[in-house]
Write a protein that binds this ligand. Structure first.
Ligand SMILES: [Zn+2]
Length: 349
């Protein structure tokens, strides 16, 4: 028994060492004693955390060979320099930092994505100064950031650009994230900008910093604090990241199959595949359930949709084949059975 355990441990170790996962670091801005921007009882640090976790959940649920590393997963303080240190140490491929903007006036609004660079316009530097100013919560911050005083404009003139070699790719990612987000969010597009951010400047991989609206603008604030809206843009940000990984980094992400149960899996195919859906259940059915007596267990599988398990029968490469079997399924007592289509492992409508 011990021998088997050791072998299993060794095999796992081997796969961990040699498995080539794509690593994305998701950085929830601020945290702990640093609340970020505040308006009333709305705190930037809460929005950034829920967004980072949501994007991470979508990516890890969808892909097998993608690893998400969070700089924080709870309300704790993490120094800016520590966030990039985590990413560098783990040899991450991508770094995405989540923030919400703020202004002294209630008017400014909209969505913008930053990449590391020297600010071309004074306004852009102001956002960087505001985000960098949290460094004063850290001990020895002057040492950490090459002697730059986070609150002084002059300090940034000599800012060295570690990120230059990743600029092109960072800009492409920023562009994909912006256009994907604005498909579902009503934010005004403030564009893609360059400015010197402490949290990005020593990252050794393409990196972006997202400012998801202004906490000081009423419309932006109401929209971004809504959980459903957060899920919507998290989904589109995750899609943009995956699009970048596959099409710009040419890394073949592998999608997880929907039903990972025994031998009943929905094939991931780029062709349309038809199934007969015959039952929905909010709970996963056990193997002594009636359906496993009505049908051979290798002919049924399930997928989840809208918080329910949808049980499906068969695997048909065209609609007519599925239609021919529909009566057979109905005769087993599932009168509402109907045909569903899948492509790339996802249901299509
Ligand atoms: Zn921030």
């Amino acid at each position: 028994m011990k021998k088997i355990l050791i072998i299993v441990v060794l095999i796992n170790l081997f796969f961990n060492l040699f498995s080539q996962n794509y690593i994305v670091v998701l950085d929830a801005g601020h945290g702990g004693k640093d609340p970020g921007a505040i308006y009333g009882n709305v705190r930037e640090k809460d929005i950034t955390l829920s967004m980072a976790l949501e994007v991470g959940k979508i990516l890890t649920n969808k892909y097998n060979n993608l690893e998400v590393i969070y700089t924080r997963q709870s309300d704790i303080f993490v120094p800016l320099i520590e966030r990039t240190r985590i990413a560098n140490k783990e040899h991450a491929n991508l770094f995405v930092s989540f923030h919400v903007n703020a202004s002294k006036s209630p008017e400014p609004s909209g969505y913008e994505v930053y990449v590391m660079g020297n600010a071309k316009v004074k306004d852009w530097l102001e956002t960087a100064i505001a985000e960098n100013s949290v460094a004063i919560y850290e001990d020895n911050y002057l040492e950490s950031y090459d002697g730059i005083d986070p609150n002084s404009t002059e300090g940034y003139i000599a800012f060295s650009l570690y990120q230059n070699q990743f600029l092109d790719k960072s800009l492409i990612l920023a562009d994909k994230v912006t256009s994907s987000t604005l498909q579902v969010a009503p934010f005004m597009n403030r564009g893609i900008k360059q400015a010197p951010f402490f949290v990005l400047y020593k990252a050794t991989m393409p990196s972006i910093l997202i400012e998801m609206g202004f906490i000081t603008n009423q419309q932006d604030r109401i929209w971004i604090t809504n959980k459903d809206n957060q899920k919507k843009i998290a989904n589109n940000i995750a899609n943009a990241i995956a699009d970048y990984i596959i099409n710009v980094d040419n890394f073949p992400l592998v999608e997880k199959t929907i039903a990972a149960d025994k031998d009943t899996t929905i094939a991931v195919s780029s062709e349309l595949i038809y199934y007969i859906q015959f039952l929905s259940s909010t709970e996963k059915l056990t193997y002594n359930h009636k359906i496993y007596k009505d049908f051979p267990s290798d002919s049924i599988s399930y997928y989840s949709f809208n918080n329910a398990y949808r049980y499906i029968y068969g695997h048909f490469i065209n609609f007519n084949q599925a239609r021919d079997k529909l009566n057979y399924v109905k005769q087993k007592g599932y009168k509402d059975a109907f045909i569903v289509k899948f492509k790339d492992g996802q249901r299509v409508f």
